[in-house]
Write a protein of this length. Structure first.
Length: 127
């Protein structure tokens, strides 16, 4: 399996696990607590489920390989926006507190590298 495909799967798994396990199945309740605090709403569970569905959709989109650069920019924008809001409004609920931003930067760097630096070359036959 090529490195590009392996990294695609890893990135997609991050979105799938966060969407399905953490949000839809609610196995990590602090995700809903973060949503409740940031949005100050009584509908935190519903919004958390909708976010989870969107994250699962992101995983599927990544695996399809459709418009990978658009996908990467959306991932980077969502992850950085989410992490800035969480760091400012709910640092006590984050797994690594304010250090979460470091992991977010690592993740978006991987996404950027994967989409923009690892150029996929078409298969060509010589001969």
């Amino acid at each position: 399996m090529k490195l590009h495909k392996i990294i695609s799967i890893i990135i997609a798994l991050v979105w799938l696990i966060n969407g399905l396990v953490c949000k839809l199945l609610n196995l990590v309740p602090r995700h809903e607590q973060i949503v409740a605090r940031i949005l100050d709403t009584g509908h935190a569970r519903l919004i958390t489920v909708l976010i989870g569905i969107a994250e699962i959709g992101m995983a599927v989109w990544i695996l399809t390989g459709y418009k990978p650069k658009w996908n990467a920019w959306l991932q980077i924008t969502v992850v950085m926006t989410m992490n800035i809001l969480e760091t400012l409004m709910a640092p006590d609920l984050l797994l690594w507190g304010r250090w979460n931003m470091l992991f977010a930067l690592f993740f978006v760097s991987l996404v950027y590298f994967h989409a923009f630096m690892m150029v996929q070359k078409p298969n060509t036959q010589h001969g």
